[in-house]
Ligand binder design. Sequence first.
Ligand code: SDX
Length: 441
Amino acid sequence: MSAEKAAAQQTDQKTFTLTNDETGDSIQLPVLEGTHGPAVIDIRKLYAETGHFTFDPSFTATGSCKSRLTFIDGEKGVLLHRGYTIEDLAEHSSFLSVAYLLLYGDLPTQEQKDKFETDITYHTMVNEQVNYFYRGFRRDAHPMAIMCGVVGALAGFYHDSLDINDPEQRELSAQRLIAKIPTLGAMTHKYTIGQPFMYPRNDLNFAENFLYMCFAVPAEPYVVNPVLADAMDKIFILHADHEQNASTSTVRLAGSSQANPFACIAAGIASLWGPSHGGANQAVLEMLEEIGSKENIPEFIKRAKDKEDPFRLMGFGHRVYKNFDPRAQVLKKAADDVLEELGIEDPMLEIAMELERIALEDEYFVKRQLYPNVDFYSGIILRAMGFPTSMFTVLFAVARTVGWISQWKEMIEEPSLRIGRPRQLYTGPEQRDFVPIEKRK
Ligand code: SDX
């Protein structure tokens, strides 16, 4: 028995033994266990001791960090934020209380909640110069293109909160981002529809203020519908954080180079835009509109199963959930509530529900454990509330900013922050001599 194995047994440290079948050499790799979920094999010494890298291009079996924020059990369809279920948080909490929970580790007392809400409220305005960035975009620019630009530009304004090594500046930049991104999102919406920007109002809560900035006009008073404000707040809660998804991993990797938080969040927005990720909510509505009627569903199900056809059932499937996405379940009910409140009979909802019913009976989807995800129903609510489909991913970004900045803060506060620098399996040409241009064929 190797000395390492003996030592491991003395400290009941669980290990994996990796053996090189060619040389017979073995290496003991420690197993690390968390609160919930799979244990991990700590491979940090693998290259130094074996000269080999691991290979996991889309990170299907790779833990990139330790985190205390969010836990997902994909098999059971469970989503926890600091131990609280997403169902409980959506039902009983508020978006800013969930933001506080993710940032600081527990739900706020009444006093903490009041102070946090006031702090956020008094950061909702943006520097008046920011308005001029919008003028440079075409009115028909995609709202996410605008958001990528204006959020990154914030780093050019808040020089007093760029030092990531200063806890107070980290706190200030986190609050500024949580408070200002809804304002920028609403300004983006107004700009693309040719209406004047509406300034934030300090007498409104987070969700009310966002709806006001999006839908009020200077020409007349605007009263926020409390049912829509409640639905908006719930949608924000459901989109707040989701473990190490593509955009959160983007924020973490950007932050590992010690880039400022505004730049890191802009990177997260860029990643979220993709239709495989946050852009799926827009793609779902476009898909439902393309399907057009229940009669056309079988044709689209057939296309989704055809490997020769790039069409996928948008809003279906998930890298982690192999059961219902618990967020989709809550959104499906919220869709009913909003449509009933607004007296809207949206044929898209009927098509979506029929599409879900048929897909969940189809062997292709059942075998691959493809269920509706968070994006499947969200668009139906957002459309009913009056948002254009091109704004759906902006709303996702407004909510996910809380998760991104909480994950960023957790990473920066780790004592051993190091730059993330993956390696590769090189499959390019062998080293070769330079060929002068006159000798190239
Ligand atoms: C989000 O990571 C997160 O947590 C993300 C998110 C968050 O909160 O941050 O939850 C938000 O991004 C939700 C996902 C939104 N995206 C979509 O709805 C786009 C449609 N879904 C797919 O593109 C896909 O399901 C992904 C991207 C979500 C997951 O892709 P994976 O894990 O890489 O799965 P895969 O592509 O390897 O698919 C496995 C099989 C394949 O078939 P086989 O090769 O095994 O025959 O399932 C098939 C895929 O072809 N498949 C689908 C499908 N999704 C997967 N077939 C038809 N329609 C689909 N939607």
